[in-house]
Design a protein. Structure first.
Length: 133
């Protein structure tokens, strides 16, 4: 279609279209889906790491391996930042197994941040990398 106003008879709306807009909506949906899939993948990895690091830290401390225990304690603080590390909620709000709710929320924040960082890195790499000859 040429550039101009297009009347959609089914919705009674006018819209502006250009020839390059043909697949834009589908392309945005696919990119959004890929981004969210990547974020959920990284959130799952973070959630698993958050659950496994506490027993590992306790075992290293009990075994008397202070260097490993210190590194694991530091990594625990990093993994639990910001929701758990900053104690943005009182512990009694999440009794028993409900503690997994803020851990999952924290992991989702990390997953979105990691997916956004990877996407930004890829864009930067594409923009500044040498062209193929």
């Amino acid at each position: 279609e040429p550039l101009g106003m297009v009347f959609d008879g089914t919705t009674s709306r006018l819209s502006v279209r250009s020839p390059s807009d043909a697949g834009a909506t589908g392309e945005v949906a696919v990119k959004t889906y890929r981004f969210l899939a990547s974020a959920v993948k990284w959130a799952a990895v973070h959630f698993l790491a958050s659950l496994l690091i506490v027993p590992a830290t306790l075992k290293a401390g009990e075994a008397g391996i202070s260097v490993v225990a210190g590194v694991l304690a530091f990594l625990t603080k990093v993994l639990y930042f910001p929701v758990l590390g900053l104690a943005l909620y009182p512990r009694y709000w999440f009794p028993g197994q409900w503690i997994y709710a803020p851990i999952a929320a924290n992991s989702l924040i990390w997953g979105l941040a990691l997916a956004a960082a990877i996407k930004a890195g890829r864009r930067w790499h594409q923009k500044f990398s040498a062209p193929d000859v």
